[in-house]
Design a protein around this ligand. Structure first.
Ligand SMILES: N[C@@H](CCC(=O)N[C@@H](CS)C(=O)NCC(=O)O)C(=O)O
Length: 204
């Protein structure tokens, strides 16, 4: 199968991290949906990466749906998503928080690009509060024996670390270590895990 999407995209990267963590082989095409929108639209009606092309040519879109498929491929012993109950609900909630943090970081960055040098607007402040609120929730789940941690490379941990590492490129003013100290510790402990080391995009 082939994963299409630059690892600068946290959505493509969390899919890649899941594939690497479950030792599922894949080819990679380094497509950036922003710089090559025509190719992205050819592959996905809404013009975004990641896209996962299965061996029979079927194309899966949206990182959440793709991770659901990878979860099926991985099987219950190496599941990415707990099968049921409170653990499943918590993992999916944390996954959603991580992707929303990334969305709001992108929105904040694009808003800053539109109005360079402008004073803190109400919109920027709202985005910033959403990002900080999300990070604090991820941090609360990263306390010892919480659902995010070095023991559980599931959808919650993979997505949280990818979101955490997405911050400095686009929102360098945010002091991640003070907002999310427990997550900072876990990210440092997992930095050399193949799932993250092999999918980390080069610094810009
Ligand atoms: N909900 C989607 C979001 C994907 C997404 O926003 N991808 C961005 C890259 S970070 C993209 O390709 N954007 C191109 C565009 O919006 O034109 C997912 O989880 O896969």
């Amino acid at each position: 199968m082939k994963l299409i999407g630059t690892y600068v995209s946290p959505y493509a990267r969390r899919v890649a991290a899941a594939l690497v963590s479950r030792a599922i082989p894949y080819e990679h095409e380094d497509l950036n949906g922003y710089t090559n929108p025509a190719r992205a639209r050819e592959l996905n009606p809404v013009g975004k990466v990641p896209v996962l092309v299965l061996d029979d040519g079927e194309r899966l879109i949206d990182s959440g749906a793709i991770l659901d498929h990878i979860n099926e491929l991985a099987g219950p012993k190496r599941a990415l998503i707990p099968a049921s109950g409170a653990a499943r609900r918590a993992a999916l909630r944390l996954s959603a928080i991580s992707t929303t943090v990334c969305e709001q970081i992108t929105a904040l960055y694009l808003e800053q690009q539109r109005h360079p040098g402008s004073a803190q607007s109400e919109l920027l402040e709202r985005y910033s509060q959403q990002i900080i609120g999300g990070l604090k929730a991820l941090d609360a789940a990263s306390q010892s024996n919480g659902p995010i941690g070095t023991r559980s490379m599931d959808i919650a941990t993979l997505s949280a670390i990818v979101a955490f590492e997405y911050i400095p490129r686009w929102y360098p003013d945010l002091d991640r270590a003070s907002v999310a100290p427990a997550l900072t510790t876990i990210a440092a402990a997992l930095a050399d895990e193949p799932a993250f080391a092999r999918t980390r995009p080069p610094a810009s």
